[in-house]
Each structure stands twice: as C-alpha cells, then as structure tokens.
Design a protein around this ligand. Sequence first.
Ligand SMILES: Cc1cc2nc3c(=O)[nH]c(=O)nc-3n(C[C@H](O)[C@H](O)[C@H](O)COP(=O)(O)OP(=O)(O)OC[C@H]3O[C@@H](n4cnc5c(N)ncnc54)[C@H](O)[C@@H]3O)c2cc1C
Length: 458
Amino acid sequence: MEKFDVIIIGAGQAGNPLSKALAAAGKKIALVEEKYVGGTCINVGCTPTKTMIASAEVAQLVRQAHKYGVNCQDLSVDLSRVTERKREIVSQFRESSKQGIVDAGVSLIYGKATFTGHKTLEVTSQSSPRQLTAETIIIDAGGRPNIPDISGLDKADYFDSTTIMELKEVPEHLLILGGGYIALEFGQMFRRFGSQVTILQKSGQLLGREDADVAQEIQQILEEEGIQVYLNAQTETISQNSDNSIHLQVATPGDQIELSGSHLLVATGRIPNSDRMSVDKTGVKLDSRGYIAVNEKLETNIPGIYAAGDIKGGPAFTHIAYDDYRILEGNLLHEQSLSMKGRMVPYVLYTDPQLGRIGLSEKEAQAANINYKVAKIPMKSVARALELSRTSGFMKALVNPESKQILGAAVLGVEGREIMSMLQIAMLGNVPYPALRDGIFAHPTLAEALNTLFSSLP
Ligand SMILES: Cc1cc2nc3c(=O)[nH]c(=O)nc-3n(C[C@H](O)[C@H](O)[C@H](O)COP(=O)(O)OP(=O)(O)OC[C@H]3O[C@@H](n4cnc5c(N)ncnc54)[C@H](O)[C@@H]3O)c2cc1C
C-alpha cells in the first residue's frame, strides 16, 4: 500500500491545478488519470470543439465573402486537415498541462482508480495494479456521453461528441439526436463544412433551460443556414441499411416520420463516471442521478473525501470545475471557509452568433417570483453589427427596477460572449444599469450598444 497525503482521481479542470497547489505546499500528492491529462475540456471538450468551430467559421466567412465585395471561388473543406489542426492544438495544451504537473513534483499515475475500501484505491493499467491510500481524497472523475436506450441504437454505427471529431470526411447527411449545446455546436459546424444536417430534439424547444425567445431565435438562425430542426421528436427505432446509411423512425406530434442520413451523432447529455469506480466501498453517497452528493464546500458525507467538477452535478463547465479547485485550495490549505454559495455561472454557446449567458433568465426570475424588467434590443440596431453585416440575434438584460441592479443577461449576437462578460463584470461590481446606460463607450464598438440596451427599458 502506497501512502500519500492526498489522492486526486482525474486530471481534469479541478484536479490539475489542485494537485500543483497541494504539491507546492509540500504535500505528497498522487494524481491518478485513466486517459489524458487535461480531462474532457482539453482533450475531447472545449479545446477541440472550439478549434474545429474556428475552421467552420472560416468556411462560412469564405462562403459569405461575396457580400463584402470579395470573391472567393471553389470553397472546399479538408476535414483531415481540420482534425489535424485540432489534434496539434489539443496535444500542445495537454503536454503543457502534463509538464506543469510533473514539474510541481506531483506523482502522476496513469490508470483507472477503483475504490477498494474506506480510503483505499486500486489503480489498474497495463502494468501491475497499485494500491494507494490517503486521508484526503478528491474525486474529479468527470462524466461521459449519455447513450439513450433506443431500439436498434446499439447495433448501429453512431458517433458521440468524442468520436465525431475524428471523422476523416465530411458527412453527406448528419442526423443529430439532441438539442442541447453540444448538438447545436456540432450541427452548425458540420453544416458549414458542407453536410446536410437534421437535428431531432425530444422536447418542445432547443436549449431547454433558456428562455423561449432565445431558443426560438437560435432555431431560426440555424434554419436560415439550412439546418432542419424537429421539435417534440421522439426517435423510436434506429436501423442501419446495407449501404451503412442510418434510418430513423420518429414520432412527432402530428405524424410518424422516417428519416435517413449518412451519419448519426448522439448528443443527448452526459452522465457522471461515478458508476465506474466502486464508490460504494467508501460509503460516499450519490444523488438520485448518480452524481456524488456534496455540500456547499464540496465535502461528501465521508470526512476527508471531496468531489469537484462535473461528477458532483450542477453546471458542467470548465470554469466551474476550476472554481471548485479554488474552493478546495482555500479550504484545504489556507483554513478558509469558501463555498459554492451564490457563485455566478456564466456560460457561452459557441454557435455563430454566440449566446453569452449570465445570471437569471426570465424563466428563472418568474419561477422565483422576482420582480424584474427586461431591456431588449435586436442586433440589427447595433451600428457595429451592421458594419460587420452580422446582425442576427438580440441582447437582453433583466434588471431590478428598484435597486437598478442587473440580474441577468442573454447576449445572442456577434461576440455575444464578450458583451455578456462586460455585463458580468458590472454585476460583480454591483454597477447599477443607469451607469451603463449613461456611460461613454468608444464608437464604433459592440459595447456602446449597452447605452441603447438600457435606454430601451420602459
Ligand atoms: C463536446 C464538449 C464541449 C464542451 N465545451 C465546453 C466549453 O466550451 N466550455 C466549458 O466551460 N465547458 C465545456 N465542456 C464541459 C467541460 O469539458 C467539463 O465541464 C469539464 O471538463 C469538467 O471538468 P472535470 O474536472 O469535472 O472533469 P473532466 O475534465 O471530465 O476530467 C475527468 C478526468 O477523470 C478521468 N477519470 C475518470 N474516471 C477515472 C478513474 N476511475 N480513474 C482515473 N481517472 C479517471 C478522466 O479520464 C478525465 O481525464 C464541454 C464538454 C464537451 C463534452
């Protein structure tokens, strides 16, 4: 049995920085990683998708070039080069993360960690198993794609968010199950690479958590690019024809429809990896959906065992996993009492235009019975967007009419992520909206639209 001060399971977005911080404080740290340092984000999530989306944006710009008076003929997409560029960038990120861990003096152990007892683990890999123990254990083992139970799916060749990024050729017709951010980002990306794309969403709107006006606008933007979207579409059976094409039988409210495509992407959410590590041996409790149950300080029910990142449920974003690291570092090393309570959860949907979101949506404000007013302007009224010919979408912010504080925002427009971040900074600093309404911003910028946005308040 090898004894450490702290064992971290998973070299993801919380585990990596935490391992380095703890090692720098003189602790003996084991970081156990089954696959790649950097976890989902660097290897099969944020980095590769956003790298490939950059290629899709270039394709779209070339396609639209004539509108700007620039002629580009013979557009073609070399998907092998797109994926090669993606691999180069991923490997650069992964290697520098790995080097940082090794340089910090962390014992990086490759293999799959499985609990064998209260605070003991076995790590299995191609070499002989290792037994580890520590008083403090951090579980940062993330999640994986959810594969739904649909008749025939197990016998069909389908892709998930990881395998679709290794395609060698642009699919002729990509069918996508799911209407969340992963489905929409890949849908638009492959449409721009030249595929016909059909999105099948089980519920009545894309991006189920967003306000209806946001979801409808995004759907319209995607449809204008030629993506076919079916809502309330329940895929009942999947089969693969002898020519390898995929055939779907789908129940929609009005009709039973049949669809065929060359490729199928399953993008129906993610599930936690807690079922692959015998957590029951530790006595750590899971919630009803299999996420590791933690309190606001990321403590499980077993003293000394913590969970961070996607595996503990809640918003599944890299910056949230990273904030979990900040909480654990403060509490484990500096005797602080940091918690998740009241933290802001910004996020961005990387369609084009992007959707930047922060704080309350209207749906949430209504559910919580919060008094609010909405400021909303179309991107068509933003001078800088007009100059760029990028006028789809809108900006919307919720404010408290009494305190004048900004409660939340949805910015669906060119550089939506950056405008959302500006509103987030205002919220962090408790800047009341009249300060943004009346403040001077440089012209022409997208930021100056904040004057117009808040002037639109009734
Ligand atoms: C396609 C896609 C796009 C995304 N885009 C974005 C984005 O743009 N922005 C954003 O904020 N988030 C994005 N995300 C989400 C983001 O990647 C995750 O929220 C983030 O990676 C979570 O970090 P984590 O530390 O919880 O876990 P992970 O990064 O998943 O790391 C967990 C690690 O644990 C390892 N592991 C699992 N089980 C074991 C075991 N038993 N033993 C040893 N090791 C184990 C895994 O191999 C993995 O390396 C995206 C995700 C996907 C799938």
